[in-house]
Design a protein around this ligand. Structure first.
Ligand code: SAM
Length: 260
């Protein structure tokens, strides 16, 4: 089931701004030709500051000084640690009611998610119901863009169309490891699960206010997804998302935080 998205995906790898060569600080540097679409995605204007990577993979804060469809120029003024996580991190988030999703989007960007996948399941609110109360989905890319700019991301995290549970399971097969956050007595904690995670990509699934249906959990387990606990208390879905992302950031995704 693909619910017709009211936005287009405006992030991911094409949003990386790349320098043409390794720069000297405070000296004008050309952007790689492939950065023209990236500047468009960031809605970049001359005078604004962005994060750009050089061919060696070092990151800089740069000021855009000239922008044209042929070539654009920046002045790098500070070298910064790699702001991107060591491995791709996908947050699968059940649609919550009201403005909680906007909060989750903003914080997921800050906490390093590389893709955010909103989904509906048995006990979640449906997109149509949410939009009928107050249309907001059209503003989601803007929330992501603003957060990515604010926290100095090296790319704009991608946003998937809202999907159903079966589609979500198909998406998780592209990831090397995926955890399903579920308050189940006896489940291993996400903390422990992450310590044994060796994957090259990671997915975190956070459920709706109404929790998962038993058959949804069974289908997830059949797909190799491990249910994990976030502790003995029942967290609101937005708290669970932030906790799961924080643990992932701290334990395995901060590996690229070098400041070469
Ligand atoms: N009554 C629901 C249940 O028992 O699943 C509570 C759902 S909780 C408000 C919303 C979502 O946050 C859950 O589906 C789960 O993904 C996550 N969550 C909340 N507390 C959790 C915990 N202690 N451990 C793991 N996941 C948790």
């Amino acid at each position: 089931m693909a619910i017709n998205p009211v936005w287009t995906d405006q992030g991911g790898e094409p949003s990386r701004i790349l320098l043409d060569h390794c720069p000297i600080l405070e000296k004008i540097c050309a952007l790689n030709d492939s950065s023209t679409p990236a500047l468009h995605l960031w809605q970049a204007r001359v005078g604004e500051i962005f994060t750009a990577a050089d061919p060696q993979g070092d990151f800089y804060r740069v000021r855009l000084v000239e922008k044209s469809s042929q070539s654009s120029l920046v002045v790098p003024f500070a070298k910064i640690p790699n702001p991107e996580p060591a491995v791709p991190l996908v947050l699968f988030q059940a649609l919550p009611a009201r403005e909680r999703f906007e909060l989750i989007l903003q914080k997921a960007v800050e906490l390093g998610a590389t893709r955010i996948v909103p989904y509906v399941c048995r006990h979640s609110i449906q997109l149509e119901e949410r939009e009928a109360r107050q249309p907001k989905a059209h503003g989601w890319p803007r929330v992501i863009l603003r957060a990515a700019r604010q926290c100095r991301r090296g790319l704009i995290p991608a946003l998937s169309p809202v999907m159903g549970w079966t589609q979500l399971l198909a998406q998780t097969r592209r990831l090397e490891q995926c955890f399903l956050c579920h308050p189940q007595p006896g489940a291993i904690s996400l903390w422990v699960g992450l310590q044994h995670a060796t994957g090259k990509s990671l997915g975190l699934i956070v459920g709706p206010e109404g929790g998962f249906a038993a058959d949804e959990i069974a289908a997830a387990e059949k797909n190799g997804i491990q249910p994990v606990s976030l502790g003995p208390r029942i967290l609101r879905t937005e708290t669970a998302a932030l906790m799961a992302l924080s643990l992932a950031s701290a334990l395995i995704l901060g590996g690229s935080q070098d400041s070469r």
